[in-house]
Ligand binder design. Structure first.
Ligand SMILES: *Cc1c(COP(=O)(O)O)cnc(C)c1O
Length: 367
């Protein structure tokens, strides 16, 4: 039983310090043993936030919740997979890890690897990583290699390096990553009491959608939930291989975290879609930005552009959402990772260069 639920049953008020991180909280569901050194930053236990404005917009009694995984220690859901991948790498005696990344994987890999006393090598597409993410990788002590080429190219290189040299690959090809990530589905069910009707999620390498599906099925099979959600995966129009059914040679979108043309986990993701009677759909950059602004302005939730694809997709398919159903949109990363996009795309008024004078300020305020 999840720890917090157990505490509530005992009539005790849980505090944040009771949350031990997701490996301890869900130990029996994960491939760890007493010999596994748990490397944790107490990731997981992210809030499921009701979204009243979105619910109103969709209407017909639909209740929308946001799984805000941007509140993990390095600001994205990647921490869920990384606590597992790095703990297992440590257990196996690894001294260095490597990944290709659009930014968030490198931030998480760097933080957990360094905490575990390992070297972290990260390959990023030169010029296509949001500034906050690059700052994180550098500050966490990674060795950053920016390659001229996109994510898919960088991934091909790290696979070869990991094959030939003593470094552990921690991209989502690493099976422990998805094991850790499936705990997000457990948390959704722990919070709602059952699975939602729809799960809306951005899709890049398609690892997260595969991990959620694994988590939902495991809880259902264990009798901890009664139903399974429809898995609705959303991609950016310029990087939509799951929608098109083929690799995209030159993926392009403002949502850099999902700027991926050849998803590593496409087979698993297709299975999730088939088994759940879900779907894949593309949303335009303009639709992503509209959802991104709406989340900030009307819900008070700042996510990164890639994350907003889940809400953009829900809005695009709103007619198909059954009346009175429950929808969870996964917000994969924190908006602070990409301040550049927020400053360039918002509907706020920003008055600059004002004289330091009360009447000037009051008049700008409209008084
Ligand atoms: C990694 C990432 C995604 C995509 O997840 P996949 O598992 O690659 O499909 C989406 N949003 C953010 C913020 C990410 O960091």
């Amino acid at each position: 039983m999840p720890l917090l639920q157990a505490l509530r049953r005992l009539g005790q008020r849980p505090t944040m310090q009771d949350w031990p991180g997701l490996i301890e909280a869900y130990r029996s569901w994960l491939p760890v043993s007493a010999a596994t050194p748990v490397i944790t930053l107490r990731e997981g236990a992210t809030p499921l936030i009701p979204a009243p404005s979105l619910s109103r917009l969709i209407g017909r009694g639909v209740l929308v919740h946001l799984k805000y995984d941007g509140l993990n220690p390095t600001g994205s859901f990647k921490d869920r997979g990384m606590t597992m991948a790095i703990s297992k790498a440590r257990e196996e005696g690894s001294e260095a890890v490597i990944c290709a990344s659009t930014g968030n994987t490198s931030a998480a890999a760097a933080a957990y690897a360094r905490r575990g006393g390992m070297r972290a090598f990260v390959l990023i597409p030169d010029g296509y990583v949001a500034q906050g993410k690059l700052a994180q990788a550098l500050l966490y002590g990674a060795e950053v290699l920016a390659v001229k080429g996109n994510f898919d190219r960088a991934l091909a290189i790290v696979r070869e390096v990991a094959d030939q040299y003593p470094v552990t690959l921690v991209n989502s090809l690493n099976p422990y990553r998805l094991q850790g990530q499936k705990t997000a589905a457990f948390e959704v069910i722990d919070a709602l009491g059952d699975a939602p009707d729809w799960l809306c999620i951005p899709v890049g390498n398609a690892g997260n959608i595969s991990a959620y599906w694994m988590g939902f099925k495991e809880y259902r099979d264990a009798g901890l939930s009664q139903t399974l959600p429809r898995m609705m995966g959303f991609q950016a129009e310029g990087a939509a291989p799951m929608v098109l059914g083929h690799t995209v040679e030159h993926p392009d979108t403002i949502a850099t975290a999902i700027r991926i043309g050849n998803p590593v986990n496409k087979e698993n993701a297709l299975k999730a879609q088939r088994e759940s009677q879900g779907g894949f759909l593309a949303v335009s950059d303009a639709e992503i930005l509209e959802a991104y602004k709406l989340l900030g302005r009307d819900e008070g939730v700042f996510c990164e552009p890639a994350s907003a694809a889940s809400v953009a997709g829900l809005l695009k398919r709103r007619e198909e959402v059954p009346a009175n159903s429950t929808v969870v949109c996964v917000l994969t990363g924190n908006g602070l990772k990409d301040p550049t996009t927020a400053i360039e795309h918002n509907d706020s008024r920003f008055h600059t260069g004002l004289e330091p004078d009360t009447s000037v300020v009051a008049s700008v305020m409209g008084f």
